[in-house]
Design a protein around this ligand. Structure first.
Ligand SMILES: [Zn+2]
Length: 258
């Protein structure tokens, strides 16, 4: 029947189906992201602009500090890798060691950075956004980046790991940083109800740290927050029911009131 149609009609038909398909995909995608937005009206262009500027300064300064420091440690034999063939479980063990040691490093230094005058001098810049987005990941005082990022060369100086483990560790740092600041929750609502998963942080966990300031200091896990009683009491209830009304964001140093 197509041979009876003119090429113009075929083109119109193609446009129509194409338009329908793009509209359907866009609709599903926008519904998908809309349903997962943690703070639906939290985004501010002005803050986003600041974050791009501070992010660029941070990447420049911390990159030219941690990079040469790591290169110097490697050239002088402080950092070495075990290049021998390795079993998968050794890589898994090295990965787990890094994961929990970095989480511990991050938690305690993060809590320290919430104390004055360190908060105002260093960490406040990162808390400019009470509703984080991907750029918030980089919008950090270079000193704070050096404190957190410096853990990698420190870890590599203390432990001789396999390059295969580093190939997993470095992307983990980037992916976790971006995910927890994404502003979107992609993990399922049962996450904190399961004993196996509730120990690992989610975007909502860190988003609430930016929203309320005084809880949820963990970087990779909820373990230290649970042990030290610094997890937001309403975190699990809000996670399970994200539509629940949220309290006002307190100023840094204040206690959460709602
Ligand atoms: Zn903080």
């Amino acid at each position: 029947m197509f041979e009876n149609l003119t090429s113009g009609e075929n083109l119109l038909r193609l446009w129509f189906y194409g338009f329908l398909a793009v509209g359907l995909i866009a609709g599903i995608a926008s519904g998908f992201f809309k349903a997962r937005k943690i703070q639906p009206s939290g985004f501010r262009w002005k803050i986003f602009g600041h974050e791009i500027g501070f992010g660029a300064i941070n990447v420049f300064i911390s990159g030219f500090t941690i990079g040469p420091a790591t290169a110097w440690l490697t050239l002088n034999g402080w950092i070495t890798f075990n290049e021998a063939p390795v079993e998968w479980w050794v890589i898994a063990l090295e990965y787990v060691l890094y994961f929990f040691l970095f989480d511990t490093w991050f938690y305690w230094l993060h809590r320290w950075m919430h104390r004055e005058p360190v908060y105002t001098l260093i960490h406040k810049l990162h808390h400019h956004s009470t509703s984080p987005n991907l750029m918030t990941t980089l919008s950090v005082n270079p000193l704070e980046s050096i404190i957190n990022g410096g853990f990698v060369p420190l870890f590599l100086t203390v432990f001789v790991v396999h390059p295969e483990s580093m190939a997993l560790i470095l992307p983990t740092n980037i992916i976790m940083g971006l995910y927890v600041h994404s502003g979107y929750e992609f993990f399922p609502r049962w996450w904190n109800k399961s004993w196996t998963t509730k120990w690992f942080i989610t975007a909502t966990f860190h988003d609430q740290h930016h929203h309320y300031f005084v809880h949820n200091f963990g970087g990779y896990t909820t373990i230290w927050d649970r042990l030290c009683g610094t997890m937001r009491p309403k975190f699990e209830a809000d996670y399970a029911n994200p539509k629940a009304k949220r309290g006002r964001a307190p100023e840094a140093g204040q206690t959460e009131t709602a």
